[in-house]
Design a protein around this ligand. Structure first.
Ligand code: DER
Length: 237
């Protein structure tokens, strides 16, 4: 800037620099806004990527939150929030993920909200995942598949999971929005993910898991810095 630059020019430049300094999650979230049209009912996920999304959401839509945390944040941004029971349909559901396999199978639930997230995703016409580049790939040995369990049954569920060749860690001190506990499971064989999801859900005491195989997203938006790659379900990727 020369001495002739106006305050307004400098403010614009500072705004631009601030935008550039945002993390990739911000850009992935921003790209999802293209799928939102006035009057739509939008399901909103939970997590740090969704935290980047909420301030960018338009005010001419209605929103259904996947967690108490997300509901509070939507309210704080003066957006119209409805209960899931009040809506007939969800046009688009937008959420982050902990791991995204090229088959579009997801691991979610690091934040413990996966049961409601899966319900909203399953109910939605379109499911969009927003994430930074670290979430995409094949090798996620250190990422848990969380399983929400009625506390009364947790040791029994853990035994069943061990019998499936995996091991569990009890997420100590954590309760879900439904008041249940979480077992973080490592070592599941993901070779047949649809079957695995059903097998987990069939264990008495299990509410649901963070394995999203039966409901895979239609579209994934992956950001590396400010570059966002859009990957559609039926594309060659
Ligand atoms: O806990 C969850 O299911 C979140 O949606 C998670 O999958 C993504 O969290 P992040 O946006 O904080 O990485």
């Amino acid at each position: 800037y020369t001495g002739n630059a106006s305050i307004a020019d400098m403010q614009t430049h500072v705004k631009f620099l601030r935008l550039r300094m945002k993390n990739p999650k911000f850009y992935a979230a921003k790209a999802s806004i293209d799928s939102i049209y006035p009057g739509m009912t939008i399901g909103v996920g939970t997590g740090s990527t969704v935290d980047e999304l909420i301030p960018q959401l338009p005010s001419d839509c209605r929103y259904v939150a996947s967690s108490i945390r997300t509901g509070q944040s939507l309210n704080a941004h003066n957006l119209t929030v409805l209960e899931f029971n009040e809506v007939d349909k969800i046009d688009v559901y937008i959420d982050g993920a902990d791991a995204i396999y090229p088959s579009f199978v997801l691991l979610k639930g690091g934040g413990g909200a996966m049961t409601r997230e899966k319900i909203l995703a399953t109910f939605a016409d379109k499911f969009i995942v927003i994430a930074d580049g670290t979430k995409w790939g094949q090798d996620f040995k250190n990422i848990a598949c969380p399983v929400e369990v009625i506390d009364f049954t947790r040791s029994h569920v853990a035994r069943q999971i061990r019998a499936m060749g995996a091991h569990c860690e009890y997420r100590s001190g954590f309760k879900t929005d439904q008041g249940h506990v979480i077992l973080d499971v490592y070592g599941f064989d993901l070779g047949q993910p649809n079957q695995l999801e059903l097998s987990i859900k069939k264990i008495p005491g299990v509410i649901d898991s963070g394995l999203f195989a039966l409901r895979r997203p239609e579209c994934i938006l992956i950001a590396d810095n400010d570059q966002v790659k859009k990957i559609d379900k039926d594309s060659d990727h």
